[in-house]
Design a protein around this ligand. Structure first.
Ligand code: MV4
Length: 449
């Protein structure tokens, strides 16, 4: 087992990883920017190294500084958390070259899954269902036209380097194709330095349902059931739950089997997520594979009663997994609490938390690095807390969430707590009928002036 892990991240996830390391008897090294000197991850780690100024590019993304911190502290592994360097193949490779275990995917895996068109080809070969579409990249506009005609409108054009919706276009008729082709390629070139595009049938009102998987160094794979992440705004997840209210035992078996196929096809090592689009007929299609721990891993942990970070560390250290699948025994919902003003277009709201009171009680989990007096810096992601409720049924988990949200006091900044309170009351949400389109029509009621 590792003796000392450096956590190349900040905020709640850095704290989350430190907590598991403590329980496993592993020493921890925090790294921090000057904006995070008073952060809890710095306080709770055994050692802490300042790696630079506030801007991520000069600190949490600065590979040379992080490697220097790992070397001077003698860390034998690095946990990248999510975001930042978690899916950076160069960083994974440099860790390898320095004899430091990267607790995440190999450079080849990251690059293979990062290129969406080649990831899709890999999945087709492995027998994982994908959205019908072009084979490989589109060569030119004529090729795009021919593909679209074969697939049948509406189609979706996607950037092979994409993700997060960038370089993605819905095309309803051939008359729209040329403009979409030009603008999507320009956008992709600017964002990723890669203008490769591919095309698919457009799936109307899909759900985003992902399967948590794990694989070890000995070729054993398992799935840990699904998470429904359909409630998103501009490709940012707001609320996740498991089991999915749309799931059936049959669909879970089929998606679980497909996710394991996907993992086995690339000899996946570690914990990962296979994302699927699910249409209204319960057809499912491979979308992407995430080679990192995710923000929403918490809800899976709660319904299968299992520490996923511990599993991740054990697999990286060469432990075997049992190979059996895990099924939800409970229902869990997570609300992401962001320092944003939901009444003003979810505009970021950094600043000082003047009052802080955390909810608690049975079936409530709060993962956060914040506290009264904490200053939310303007430089990073606006998620400041994850509120999770766990109960026997979905109805009870919703009730618990209403109760927990009503107890949660965060003053001094704006948060998304009022949004989640209204979400919990929404009829579509309560019926378990949210698709990825849900937020486009959700109307937030403004509070009385
Ligand atoms: C799609 C789609 C409909 N049809 N592909 C959005 C992010 C990217 N990773 C894939 N995305 C989508 N791909 C086809 N063929 C709709 C989306 C999509 C979406 C997917 C998951 C969660 C939220 C979404 C919001 C808008 C569009």
């Amino acid at each position: 087992m590792f003796k000392k892990i450096l956590i190349a991240n900040r905020g709640e996830i850095a704290l989350r990883v430190i907590r598991t390391c403590k329980e496993m008897g592993i020493k921890t090294v925090a790294v921090y920017s000057t904006a995070d000197a008073n952060s809890l991850h710095v306080r709770f780690a055994d050692e802490a190294v300042c790696i630079g100024p506030p801007q991520s590019s000069e600190s949490y993304l600065k590979i040379s500084s992080i490697m220097a911190a790992a070397e001077i502290t003698n860390a034998d592994a690095i946990h990248p958390g999510y975001g930042f360097l978690s899916e950076n193949s160069k960083f994974s490779k440099i860790c390898d070259e320095h004899g430091i275990k990267f607790i995440g995917a190999s450079p080849e895996m990251i690059d293979g899954m990062g290129d969406k068109s080649s990831a899709k080809s890999t999945m087709i070969k492995a027998g994982v269902p994908t959205v019908p579409g072009s084979e490989g990249l589109l060569k030119d506009l004529a090729h795009a036209k021919k593909s679209a005609k074969e697939i049948g409108y509406p189609v979706m054009m996607k950037a092979t380097a994409g993700g997060g919706g960038k370089g993605m276009r819905v095309i309803k008729a051939e008359s729209e194709l040329e403009a979409a082709w030009e603008s999507a390629r320009q956008e992709s070139a600017a964002a990723f330095g890669n203008d490769g595009m591919y095309m698919e049938k457009f799936i109307e009102e899909p759900r985003h349902i992902e399967i948590q998987i794990a694989g070890d160094q000995f070729g054993s794979y398992c799935h840990l059931s699904e998470r429904d992440c359909s409630i998103q705004r501009r490709h940012q997840k707001l609320c996740e739950e498991t089991p999915s209210p749309f799931m059936t035992d049959e669909l879970r078996e089929a998606m679980g089997t497909a996710a394991i196929k996907a993992a086995a096809a690339v000899k996946y090592e570690g914990v990962g997520t296979v994302e699927f689009l699910v249409d209204k007929h319960r057809n499912f299609y491979f979308m992407e594979m995430n080679t990192r721990i995710q923000v929403e891993h918490t809800i899976t942990e709660e319904v299968i009663n299992f520490d996923l970070i511990k599993e991740q560390i054990k697999i990286a250290a060469g432990y075997k997994i049992s190979g059996k699948n895990y099924y939800p025994q409970m229902h869990a919902i997570q609300c992401r609490i962001n320092a944003e003003d939901p009444f003003n277009g979810f505009r970021p709201s950094p600043g000082t938390i003047t009052t802080y009171h955390s909810p608690g009680g049975h079936g409530v989990r709060v993962d956060t690095h914040t506290y009264a007096g904490y200053v939310i810096p303007p430089y990073y992601d606006s998620m400041i807390s994850k509120l999770i409720t766990i109960a026997q049924t979905r109805e009870e988990a919703i009730k618990k969430m209403e109760r927990a949200l009503s107890e949660y006091v965060i003053e001094g900044i704006k948060t998304t707590i009022p949004f989640h309170q209204q979400l919990m009351q929404d009829e579509t949400f309560r019926a378990g009928e949210c698709t990825t389109k849900f937020m486009e029509t959700f109307v937030l009621q403004k509070p009385e002036e």
